[in-house]
Design a protein. Structure first.
Length: 216
């Protein structure tokens, strides 16, 4: 199964994608993660993307679609994919169709995670991850059981994303409303969109997604 998780910054796309990976052995393709890795490695793509990401704007369609194409080319055909943070523009949606066809795949479902945008700023500004294993935490919603020590791997170093500040988050939301939300009707016309309430607790959101996938 190939699915898109669609929603504004902080909606919970990454959180839910990680759970689907654990439960179903699917592959999470997060263009945000790929771009951050490129920035860290100072590749040509990373050097081009860095300032754009720091401002909260969108990196070019060609760059992100090339990243997705390369990942799918390297993936075994039977492994299901979760697109997390891609597509984000009408052009990327068109490119995704072509890329999926090229790799003999089809899009099964688009799951829109609906949220209250004011709450999102709080969610994003408070989040951080374990620098060793990437496990996600939040200042208010999810602290490690032993403060300062990762529950999953025992690591003691944590990091925050540079674009997780209020000003950049607001720009990311403007970008979402202007460029990403308008692609939903395209998928609605195909009858493949389902919605979940992203304001519900994380487990409840996961349960709703499981129900949708079981019926798909
Ligand atoms: P990207 O990394 O994709 O960021 P984003 O879309 O802004 O999404 P986030 O990762 O911030 O949020 P999320 O929905 O995954 O939420 P999460 O699960 O972490 O993109 C970053 C940048 O890269 C972009 O701005 C752009 O520059 C560039 N980029 C990436 N893809 C691109 C593309 N296709 N085209 C062009 N440019 C691109 O959850 C957030 C927090 O909330 C966590 O702390 C979590 O624990 C908590 N939480 C989650 N769910 C719940 C819940 N139900 N209740 C309470 N807390 C919750």
């Amino acid at each position: 199964m190939n699915i898109i998780l669609l929603g504004p910054p902080g909606a919970g796309k990454g959180t839910q994608a990680a759970r689907l990976v654990e439960r179903h052995g699917m592959r999470q393709l997060s263009t945000g993660d790929m771009l951050r890795a490129a920035v860290a490695a100072q590749t040509p793509v990373g050097l081009e993307a860095k300032a754009i990401m720091d401002r909260g704007e969108l990196v070019s369609d060609e760059i992100v679609s090339a990243l997705i194409d390369a990942e799918l080319a390297a993936l075994a055909p039977g492994v299901g994919v979760i697109f997390d943070g891609y597509p984000r523009t009408a052009e990327q949606a068109v490119q995704l169709d072509a890329i999926l066809a090229k790799h003999g795949r089809k899009l099964d479902r688009v799951i829109e995670i609906g949220v209250d945008e004011d709450e999102l700023v709080h969610r994003i500004v408070g989040r951080y991850t374990c620098a060793t294993c990437g496990e996600g935490y939040h200042d208010d919603f999810k602290q490690p059981k032993l403060l300062g020590t990762c529950d999953k791997c025992g690591g003691t170093t944590f990091k925050r994303r540079k674009d997780d500040n209020e000003e950049t988050v607001r720009t990311r939301m403007v970008e979402y409303r202007a460029k990403t939300a308008p692609i939903l009707p395209l998928y609605e016309a195909r009858g493949i969109v389902s919605r979940v309430d992203g304001m519900a607790p994380i487990d409840a959101v996961s349960g709703a997604i499981e129900t949708i996938l079981a019926k798909a």
